[in-house]
Ligand binder design. Structure first.
Ligand SMILES: C[S@@+](CC[C@H](N)C(=O)[O-])C[C@H]1O[C@@H](n2cnc3c(N)ncnc32)[C@H](O)[C@@H]1O
Length: 483
């Protein structure tokens, strides 16, 4: 798989050949402006695999060669939204080529260190991958609550983040034998050569930013041009957290979606095989949830870099840990300090690839029987009148390149995080950042979770979700089992 990457901060005006997409399945919304949709609830935002682990869902029939007939791969599990759309396609295989070494147990030569933030012994990285624990001694550190944790990597971000993100496993490797994640940590999305992102300053009109602002936009009585893009309001407080009212609206739209938050496609590619369009009876769209989004100020804005309407772009500020969960969910994420409601945690970072590229990758992954893939489709234009080109139908693939966001586990109903689509560089809805914020105050060392939107008892969906171990009283998987 050859790949050429560009950091998204750069102005990307180069493009691949435009291929007119066939009429989008989302044509029925009739809205003048595309509601911004996040992958979780966005049918097109979530990628399905057929028996060959090919992507079978796309926003339209943009992804050439997609086989839309669903089927079950022997060992494929998939996360799905309430509308049957999987978020993460995971195809475990005994022949996984990613041979992560077993973790050393805490008993093996622990070395006492003195607290979060201490400059631990540097691990050697091989090919920029996480270190082989067999060649390293496990380290321990005092967490803020006084427990000792073995540290397998002191900073999985390799200095990419402003904060260090250790990888810890407080359990014996016999009890929770977890493979080390085999990823290259990146802190900003990277653009695959076939994906089209255009942040050129020339292309950004004054309407797309607040060029006449000065200083801190939040100190103004009136919303700036960027806030206008956020529905006429600033999403953040001067303290840098989400405004309660804004957060509540986002949560409401997530948890109690009313009819007005849905729109319906004429020919929904989630439930219809688009290659059979015109030949088969069209199945009714089950509705797509619209999302509130945030537009932050950016480089073409006149305000200061310290403007309060710039939060997500400043990166991770809270001390996160990747840790071994006790419930058998694999690795998870927690903060070592307590967090206030509305705090930005991290983005979901990955490679920005086209649906077509993901289709090819999934074919390769199926052939190589790789264990995990982590794609999230960015489909902000779902439902808009504009028809996207192939190179504009994008997703984030965090399988090989990603950040701490890829380790956040699912919790049904009462997760402490919400994902909000955030536009930084451009209000162009086909690319945006997926940002996680706390929905309530969170205690130190509490696992951070988000609701993937999985519908475990979706009997119509051919791809089975994982067995949920979230432990929530609202667990949708448990409810199904009890019935
Ligand atoms: C995005 S990854 C999260 C990080 C993952 N735990 C790891 O070790 O890399 C999603 C996968 O984690 C596991 N997972 C997440 N939430 C879970 C839950 N509530 N119950 C069981 N497994 C879960 C599933 O295997 C799922 O496919």
């Amino acid at each position: 798989m050859s790949a050429q990457y560009r950091h998204v901060q750069n102005n990307n005006s180069n493009n691949t050949t435009s291929k007119a997409a066939a009429s989008a399945g989302a044509a029925g919304s009739g809205t003048s402006k595309s509601p911004l949709l996040l992958a979780r609830h966005n049918p097109s935002g979530l990628l399905l695999q057929d028996t060959d682990c090919n992507v079978v869902n796309s926003n339209s029939n943009r992804s050439k060669g997609n086989n839309h007939s669903f089927g079950r791969h022997g060992a494929t599990t998939s996360v799905k939204s309430p509308h049957g759309d999987p978020l993460f396609n995971i195809a475990p295989s005994p022949n996984n080529k990613m041979k992560s070494p077993p973790l050393v147990s805490p008993e093996e030569e622990p070395c006492q260190l003195n607290g979060v933030g201490e400059d631990y012994v540097e691990f050697n990285y091989t090919n920029n991958r996480l270190p082989s624990s067999s060649s390293q001694s496990a380290l321990t550190m005092d967490a803020v609550i006084g427990k000792k944790y073995p540290v397998y990597a002191r900073d999985i971000s390799r200095g990419e983040e402003k904060v260090k993100i250790p990888l810890v496993n407080e359990f014996s490797s016999n009890i929770h034998p977890l493979k080390l994640p085999n990823i290259l940590y990146i802190s900003t999305n990277m653009v695959h050569k076939d994906a089209h992102i255009d942040f050129s300053l020339a292309r950004l009109s004054d309407d797309n930013c607040c060029s006449s602002c000065v200083g801190d936009c939040l100190s103004s009585d009136l919303p700036c041009g960027c806030a206008a893009e956020t529905g006429g309001e600033f999403a953040y407080t001067p303290g840098g957290v989400l405004k309660g009212e804004f957060l509540e609206k986002c949560v409401m739209m997530n948890k109690e979606p009313q009819r007005k938050h849905y729109y319906y496609c004429e020919v929904c590619p989630l439930v219809n095989d688009l290659s059979q369009k015109g030949k088969k009876k069209v199945k009714a769209c089950r509705g797509h949830l619209t999302r509130k989004f945030i537009k932050e100020c950016w480089s073409k804005c006149g305000c200061s870099k310290r403007c309060g309407n710039r939060v997500v772009q400043k990166g991770i500020q809270v001390p996160l840990q990747v840790f071994a969960t006790s419930e058998g969910k694999g690795w998870g994420v927690r903060s070592v300090t307590a967090l206030k409601k509305g705090t930005f945690i991290c983005e979901y970072i990955g490679e920005i690839v086209t649906n077509q590229e993901l289709y090819e990758r999934n074919k390769e992954r199926a052939a190589k029987k790789e264990e995990h893939t982590y794609p999230v489709l960015l489909d902000a234009d779902w439902g808009s009148e504009r028809i996207l080109k192939d190179e504009e139908a994008l997703c984030l693939d965090a399988t090989e390149f990603g950040n701490v966001g890829r380790f956040i586990n699912h919790r049904c109903g009462d997760s402490n995080l919400i994902e909000i689509p955030v536009e930084v560089e451009s209000p162009d809805h086909h690319y945006y950042h997926v940002a996680f914020f706390t929905v309530r105050d969170v205690e130190a060392m509490e696992e951070l979770t988000w609701d993937y939107g999985i519908e475990f008892d979706d009997i119509y969906h051919p791809i089975k979700a994982f067995k949920c171990k979230c432990g929530s009283k609202y667990c949708r998987n448990k409810q199904k089992i009890q019935r």
